[in-house]
Write a protein that binds this ligand. Structure first.
Ligand SMILES: Cc1cc2nc3c(=O)[nH]c(=O)nc-3n(C[C@H](O)[C@H](O)[C@H](O)COP(=O)(O)OP(=O)(O)OC[C@H]3O[C@@H](n4cnc5c(N)ncnc54)[C@H](O)[C@@H]3O)c2cc1C
Length: 509
């Protein structure tokens, strides 16, 4: 029998499988090709303090940077676990064959990214870190004989009394399967497809959060969605990593003015939410895209340090070594998700969540760049040990007062229901009302609209073997829950920006 069932083949799911003391008892499911994941798309790198640390670096410094970026909303215990476990998990990745870039002297090459006080970002293939990690972990899982089933979309959690006992899933051939397990680990990644502009691939439809919500699991921090400031302002929103700004690229408005210096002391390397909002504001005030100026880096450096981005930019017909390129903010990373303890345990016995689907508290209101790959490795490893040793009482330390799940909403958004809206209309409303700047009345209106789309005559009809309809139902449920969470937090914090609150502050003498 499968004792531990892992859902997802990003870094979090694969590390959970590989770190399990009995890999022969693990099965991994994933809804598309195993390489389709946010992990594969990751560019900039993975943050960690490795031995010997860079001059001036320490676990305490990494903790401090993470807490600062999180805007006072992190769980300090989770941050300490994330940063302290970092070196060991990097050692695991190296042992699994991840080809981290090296200096001429053979040491690990380290880059600087926004809001890090020290250059501590390890990278592979220049800007192809995620692909380097995913390829190495998939190959290691194959060598270890771990069963990885692709094209299997998990549509429901099976519960027996209060405990999760397995999953229902749809295979690409249209068949439904039920798989029993002692432990189910959700490692399903983020939900960038909630928005029309996103750096995330198509698989990022938030399924794990929706599955957990319907099963009654506690959720938290749903209102905190990070928007990346620099994606190409072209279809597909290819991400231009922060590391490009770390190497010296700057932002200019339509008049060529370098505006970030007047916004924040760290200018282009200010926290992501600050840069993203400043870019959006400048685009609104000038009526034209903002441009990323990387000319000073030169063609050779751009091609050598950022080969994937260089290829994508040039494929779009742009020569970024000689002209600034148009960029736009896009939905990038969900800080909120399924509430877990420091070993991935959720509020439901037998159910674990790791990686972007989870809300561990490490990111607070705003994720520090390159901490999410590390989160997947650290908490995937911790969950693997927990699934193999947990028995009897289930008592994770969770702040249930912060639970944002709402049974009334989940009941009216059943699994597999066909929403009465198109995905595009849901995405556009999310962008307009639950995007970079939020207003209480608009949030309330959006919530009502989402509720109407979920409750219509067709909402109860089964989606059957239509994979897209399952994803749409999940997205609509998450849109409602996110709009509600954003409405209820009436002040601004980190990535959650209430423009009505800012207006009140501006009027206050
Ligand atoms: C363009 C881009 C660049 C990034 N750059 C960086 C970076 O440089 N550094 C950094 O730290 N972070 C970066 N991130 C964020 C980081 O990549 C992710 O947060 C992280 O990889 C998430 O890992 P994960 O294992 O939790 O999820 P993912 O890697 O997204 O994997 C989720 C898996 O679950 C599967 N799945 C989903 N739903 C189901 C279902 N219902 N049934 C079965 N399978 C399912 C998916 O197919 C996928 O295999 C970047 C993200 C993007 C999009």
């Amino acid at each position: 029998m499968t004792r531990t069932l892992v859902v997802g083949t990003g870094i979090a799911g694969l590390i959970t499988a590989l770190a399990h003391p009995r890999p022969e008892q693990v099965m991994v499911l994933t809804k598309a090709e195993p390489a389709a994941s946010n992990t594969y798309a990751a560019q900039g790198g993975i943050a960690a303090v490795t031995e010997p640390p860079a001059p001036g670096d320490s676990v305490a410094a990494h903790v401090s940077d993470t807490l600062t970026a999180g805007a006072g909303h992190c769980d300090p215990r989770a941050v300490q676990a994330l940063c302290a476990d970092g070196a060991d998990r990097i050692a695991d990745l190296i042992a699994a064959g991840v080809p981290f870039d090296r200096t001429a002297g053979g040491g690990l090459s380290r880059g600087l990214e926004a809001a890090h006080s020290v250059a501590r970002i390890l990278h592979a293939g220049g800007d192809a870190t995620g692909a380097g990690i995913a390829d190495a972990l998939l190959a290691t899982a194959a060598r270890a004989g771990i069963e990885v089933r692709g094209h299997t979309l998990v549509t429901e959690l099976i519960a027996d009394g209060a405990r999760v006992r397995g999953v229902r899933a749809l295979t690409s051939g249209g068949g439904q399967v039920e798989i029993e397990a002692d432990a189910v680990v959700l490692a399903t990644g983020g939900a960038g497809q909630l928005y029309p502009f996103t750096s995330n691939p198509d698989v990022a439809t938030g399924d794990g959060v929706a599955l957990a919500a319907r099963a009654g699991a506690a959720l938290a921090d749903l209102e905190f969605y990070q928007f990346h400031p620099t994606t190409l302002a072209l279809p597909g929103n290819f991400l231009v990593s922060e590391a490009v700004r770390g190497e010296g690229a700057v932002l200019r408005d339509a008049h060529g003015v370098r505006f970030m210096m007047g916004v924040h002391p760290d200018a282009e390397l200010a926290p992501r939410d600050v840069v993203a909002r400043a870019v959006a504001d400048r685009m609104r005030s000038t009526g034209a895209p903002v441009r990323l100026d990387a000319i000073a880096l030169g063609a050779a450096r751009l091609a050598e340090r950022f080969p994937s981005i260089d290829a994508a930019v040039r494929a779009a017909g742009l020569d970024w070594a000689s002209e600034p390129v148009p960029i736009t903010p896009a939905a990038h990373y969900w800080m909120g998700g399924v509430s877990t303890d420091l070993a991935g345990r959720t509020s439901i016995p037998g159910l674990y969540a790791v990686g972007e689907v989870a809300r561990t508290g490490v990111h607070g209101a705003n994720r520090l760049a390159s901490n999410s790959l590390l989160e997947g490795a650290v908490f995937g490893h911790r969950a693997a040990l927990a699934t193999s040793s947990d028995s009897g009482a289930w008592a994770p330390e969770l702040d249930l007062a912060a639970d944002q799940n709402d049974p009334a909403i989940t009941a009216s958004s059943p699994a597999g229901a066909r929403p009465r809206c198109t995905r595009a209309s849901m995405q556009n409303l999310m962008w307009d009302a639950v995007g970079l700047g939020r207003d209480g009345d608009e949030l309330a209106g959006a919530e009502q609209t989402f509720a109407g789309w979920a409750d219509g005559d067709q909402a109860g009809s089964e989606a059957g073997d239509d994979l897209g309809a399952h994803e749409d139902a999940n997205l609509l449920l998450l849109a409602r829950l996110t709009a509600r969470a954003a409405r209820l937090r009436t002040t601004s914090m980190g990535a959650h920006h209430r423009i009505d609150h800012t207006r009140v502050l501006e009027r206050t003498p």
